[in-house]
Ligand binder design. Structure first.
Ligand SMILES: [Zn+2]
Length: 458
């Protein structure tokens, strides 16, 4: 853990305060804007506004509830419960249209080299050799069902009669003989079709369990909410919930798990993929993600972006209500439009927050501390000509100063003060000044370096 004291930043116009030479720079200001002084190691990336819209045209078979296309109705106490109940009821009716599979040829499984392991609601079939990792998968899936229900705030009793066939395949041929597949699988890694879920064997035992948990989320969401739309959310939330920690001794599973490192979730290299894509300038805009179609998921990076965006929405308090409403929009005529309408005039802020998160995504990303604090740190009646002192909290991310700067002016910033920082390698706490701990680098900069940015109003 990090232990810090407050660090002081001095910011003035025209007048240089040379109390400390630690941070002394001139910032030419291109346009009217606010200054943000930041204490930690994060810096914002450039944001690009866009006026794109997200076209969608998918007919809805069921009768729409009058106000379901009004985004605000999903967040009002007098209308939201009724809208949600209505979706759940309509989804039950859609359940009747699920595929009616031919029965599996259970009598043949031995000669096909397939093993069957049953729990209360899962029938698990695999041609992989017996091992604890493989043979505990049905128990893990069984344990995940109530956790998924809790996540969506749905009574688990809804799934008392649920029965899911789960297939983990090394060679698809015997599964075709079994009647689990009509033909060689067309999917890359996993697939959910009605109450059957499939995964191809992966080298990582963890990832085998992850893939089937991901597909289980799809099946349950399809059953609960009537469809798997929009695509980005469906895949993102399956990734988010599928990432898990399984305890083979207690038979407990933690879903929506946030690992401390990639080593904990072998095969799930999403953070690495995002960093690589971001460094190459290939990060999609939010609107581009909203437009993802099934073909886009031929590239695993699309899963990574959707996982990151859903993780971001669910873990950032101000966006959690959006994330919780999203599954209910699966059978709305235009779920992405509902999302855009619900964000409303916060869209610029959302883009800004998301870009900052993506720029610093990490396994131990602290959403609470990193949340951009937009509350001004000084009163409005300041006089920059006299010099202004802004105090920043080094334990947090970007913090608005409340200062408005003028175009074509030059300002000087001087920083003073110290903060304490725990150095893991040395196992001790040391004090540093505004340049940061030059013995430890994060995201290419000394840990704890004070950063400043001119931010547009959002
Ligand atoms: Zn999926």
């Amino acid at each position: 853990m990090t232990s810090e004291t407050h660090r002081l930043a001095r910011l003035s116009a025209r007048v240089a305060f040379a109390f400390c030479a630690a941070l002394f720079c001139c910032i030419p200001i291109p346009a009217d804007a606010k200054v943000t002084v930041k204490s930690a190691t994060k810096q914002s990336a450039a944001l690009a506004r866009t006026s794109e819209t997200t076209p969608e045209s998918r007919p809805v078979a069921d009768d729409p509830t009058p106000s379901e296309n009004d985004a605000s109705a999903w967040f009002q106490d007098d209308t939201a419960p009724r809208l949600r109940d209505d979706v759940l009821e309509r989804a039950k009716r859609r359940r009747a249209a699920w595929p009616d599979f031919q029965p599996l040829k259970i009598a043949k499984i031995k000669e096909l080299g397939i093993r069957r392991i049953q729990t209360k609601r899962i029938d698990f079939y695999t041609d992989l050799a017996a091992s604890p990792d493989v043979d505990q998968i049905p128990e893990a899936l069984e344990a995940a069902i109530p956790k998924i229900c809790q996540f969506f705030k749905i009574d688990e009793a809804r799934f008392d009669d649920l029965h899911i066939d789960a297939f983990l395949m090394n060679d698809p041929a015997p599964f075709i003989e079994l009647g689990a597949l009509d033909a060689p699988p067309q999917f890359l890694h996993g697939y959910s079709f009605g109450d059957r879920i499939y995964a191809k064997r992966h080298d990582s035992p963890y990832y085998n369990r992850f893939l089937l948990t991901h597909e289980l989320v799809h099946t349950i969401m399809h059953e609960l909410f009537g469809d798997l739309r929009p695509q980005w959310f469906s895949e993102g939330v399956a990734e988010y919930l599928g990432l898990h920690r399984w305890n083979p001794k207690t038979k407990e599973i933690e879903i929506a798990y946030r690992p401390e490192s990639e080593d904990e979730t072998p095969g799930f290299g999403r953070v690495r993929a995002i960093r690589k894509a971001n460094a190459a300038g290939l990060a999609p805009t939010i609107l581009q993600m909203l437009r993802y179609e099934p073909a886009d998921f031929a590239d695993t990076t699309a899963y990574a972006w959707c996982w990151a965006f859903v993780t971001f929405l669910h873990n950032t308090p101000k966006y959690r209500d959006l994330a919780e409403a999203l599954p209910y929009w699966a059978i709305a005529a235009r779920p992405n439009q509902l999302f855009i309408d619900a964000v409303g005039d916060r869209w610029g802020e959302l883009e800004y927050d998301w870009t900052d998160f993506v720029s610093h995504i990490d396994y131990e990303y602290d959403f609470q501390r990193a949340a951009i604090d937009r509350s001004a740190r000084i009163d409005a009646d300041y006089d920059l000509a006299q010099g202004v002192v802004v105090t920043v909290d080094p334990a947090k991310g970007w913090q608005a100063t409340g200062l408005e700067l003028k175009a074509n002016q030059t300002y000087q910033i001087v920083a003073a003060g110290r903060f304490k920082y725990y150095l893991p390698d040395a196992d001790k706490v040391m004090e540093f000044e505004a340049p940061g701990a030059t013995c430890e680098y994060l995201f290419g900069k000394p840990a704890g370096r004070l950063l400043a940015a001119v931010a547009p109003d959002v």
